[in-house]
Ligand binder design. Structure first.
Ligand code: EPU
Length: 427
C-alpha cells in the first residue's frame, strides 16, 4: 500500500504549473470515437483516470500512442463494437461518456457504468432523458445500459437539473443527429466549452456552450483534429487554497483567471492577497484568515469540487464560517478525518458549521475521495507535526505530479510503499 508522509508547517513558496483539466479530458477522450480518424490531444494530464480511459479505448481496438509526456495520438478507426463491460468501466464514473460517444458514431451503445460514489447517489436519468428525446430506446439489464436507435434526430431538450455529465453526454449523442438539437438549462462549466470547442474543431456545429442554451446542428461526418486541453480549474484552485492555508506566496502558472473568479472572490473575502495576470495567479497570505460563508453551485458559482479544500482552509480562520453544499447530497464525509486533526466542524445534512481554530495537528488520515484527499493533504501541509495520508489512489486520479509540484514549492512530502503484509501484521 502506498501513502504520503507529510511534515507540515512549511510555507509554500515559488511557482507551480497547472496541468490539463481532468474533467475536460475525460469527456474529450471518449469524444475521439466520433471521428473514424486520428486525433492528437495535447496538454493531457498524466493521471490515473486518463490511464483507465486509454485502457478502455485500447480494449475497444483503438490505437493510443504517446507522442510526448502530455501529447497523445488516438486512432479510433478500427473500433467495431460499441460495448464497454463492467470490468473495464467500474473504476471510473466518466466511463458513461462512452454511451453518448457510441450513440453518436454507431447509433448504438452498451455500457455498464459504476453506480453510486463516496458522496452520494449519482443518477443518470437526465442523460437517459436526452438520449430518448433524440430517438434512442434505452433499457437496463444486469447493470448494462443499452441505448439503440435506427437514426438519431435533433430535439428540444430541457434538463430538470443542471448536470455536467448529462450536458456532455447529450452533446456527444446529438452532434451527428439529423437536424437541430436545443439543449436548455445546460451546465456552463469550462469543460463543457472545451468539449464544444474540440467537437467544433472536428467539424461539428455547436453554439452557445458556456451559456444555458446550447444549439447543436447535426453534421454527417466528423474528422480528426489536433486539440489542446484547457488548464484544470480545480487543480489551480487547490494550489490556491494550499498556498493560503500554509501562509505561502505562490505563483500559479498556466491558468485561465476567469475560470477561478468564484474561488478568488472567497479568498479575497478571507483576507488572502490574490493578484491576477494574463495566464497566472499569485496567492500570498501573511495575515490571519477571516471567516467566510460559502455555498457551492453549478458554474459560475463556487465549485463543489473546491468545497473540501475551502472548508479545510476555513477550519483555521478566525470566527465561524458556514459552508453549504448545493450540488451533492453527501460531500462532507472527509470532515470526520479533519476532526482527527483538531478541526471543529459540525455537519447537519448539506451544511457545515466551521469554527476556526488557530492550528491543525498532524494525524494519520485517509482520503475518502479525490477532492477530500486533496483537502486532507492541504490540512497536513499546514498542520504541526508529521501526518500520514492513506488511500492516495484517489488523489492520483486527478492531480498530475502532485508530489514533485509540492516539493518544488518547499513542501516536505514523500510517497512511501508499505508492504500490505507488514501492515496487516501490525493491525
Ligand atoms: N443529477 C441528477 N440526474 C442526472 C445527473 C445529475 O439528478 O441525470 C444530479 C446529481 O445527483 C447532482 C447534480 O445533478 O446532485 C450535479 O451532477 P452532475 O451531473 O453535474 O455531476 P457529474 O457530471 O456526475 C461532474 C464532475 C464532478 C463534479 C460535478 C459537479 C466529471 C467527470 N465529474 O460530475 O467532479 O463534482 O460535475 O460539478 O466531470 C471531481 O472532479 O472531483 C468530481 C466529482
Amino acid at each position: 500500500m502506498e501513502k504520503y508522509i507529510i511534515e507540515g508547517g512549511n510555507r509554500l513558496h515559488g511557482e507551480v504549473e497547472i496541468s490539463g483539466a481532468k474533467n475536460a479530458v475525460v469527456a474529450i477522450i471518449p469524444a475521439t470515437i466520433l471521428a473514424k480518424d486520428r486525433c492528437v490531444i495535447e496538454n493531457v494530464p498524466n493521471i490515473s483516470d486518463v490511464t483507465i480511459l486509454f485502457r478502455i479505448l485500447r480494449d475497444l481496438g483503438a490505437k493510443v500512442t504517446y507522442l510526448t509526456k502530455n501529447s497523445v495520438e488516438i486512432d479510433t478507426s478500427y473500433i467495431a463494437e460499441p460495448v464497454v463491460p463492467y470490468e473495464s468501466s467500474r473504476h471510473l464514473r466518466a466511463s458513461y461518456y462512452f454511451l453518448g460517444a457510441f450513440l453518436g458514431r454507431f447509433s448504438e451503445a452498451h455500457v455498464s457504468p459504476p453506480g453510486g460514489c463516496n458522496f452520494g447517489v449519482r443518477p443518470i436519468d437526465q442523460h437517459i432523458k436526452g438520449f430518448e428525446a433524440l430517438g434512442a430506446e434505452v433499457t437496463t439489464d444486469y447493470g448494462f445500459i443499452h441505448a439503440t436507435a435506427k437514426e438519431l434526430f435533433g430535439s428540444h431538450i430541457y434538463l430538470d437539473v443542471v448536470s455536467v455529465g448529462a450536458t456532455i453526454n447529450i452533446m456527444l449523442a446529438a452532434v451527428k443527429a439529423k437536424g437541430l438539437t436545443i439543449l436548455e438549462n445546460a451546465a456552463k462549466e469550462p469543460h463543457i466549452v472545451d468539449l464544444a470547442n474540440f467537437l467544433n474543431s472536428m467539424g461539428a456545429d455547436i453554439r452557445g456552450a458556456g451559456t444555458d442554451v446550447i444549439k447543436i446542428h447535426g453534421v454527417d461526418v466528423l474528422r480528426g483534429t489536433t486539440y489542446s486541453i484547457i488548464p484544470d480549474q480545480i487543480e489551480a484552485g487547490t494550489y490556491m487554497t494550499m498556498a493560503a492555508a500554509t501562509g505561502g506566496d505562490v505563483l500559479i502558472k498556466n491558468v485561465i483567471p476567469k475560470h477561478l473568479e468564484s474561488i478568488t472572490d472567497k479568498l479575497l473575502q478571507a483576507g488572502v492577497e490574490v493578484t491576477e495576470y494574463d495566464d497566472a495567479i499569485r496567492i500570498c497570505r501573511n495575515k490571519p484568515l477571516k471567516k467566510v460563508n460559502v455555498k457551492t453551485m453549478p458554474h459560475p458559482g463556487f465549485p463543489t469540487d473546491m468545497q473540501p479544500q475551502m472548508t479545510t482552509l476555513l477550519s483555521i480562520a478566525q470566527g465561524t464560517s458556514i459552508v453549504t453544499e448545493g450540488v451533492w447530497d453527501n460531500r462532507f464525509k472527509y470532515v470526520d478525518e479533519l476532526r482527527r486533526m483538531g478541526a471543529k466542524i459540525q455537519v447537519d445534512g448539506k451544511v457545515a458549521v466551521v469554527e476556526g481554530i488557530p492550528e491543525l495537528k498532524a494525524a494519520p488520515v485517509k482520503a475518502t475521495d479525490l477532492r477530500a484527499g486533496a483537502a486532507l493533504l492541504q490540512a497536513a501541509l499546514c498542520a504541526r507535526g508529521i501526518s500520514e495520508l492513506e488511500d492516495i489512489h484517489y488523489i492520483e486520479r486527478g492531480y498530475e505530479d502532485i508530489i514533485p509540484k509540492l516539493q518544488n514549492l518547499g513542501a516536505k512530502i514523500k510517497k512511501v510503499s508499505t508492504p500490505d503484509s507488514i501492515l496487516s501484521q501490525a493491525q
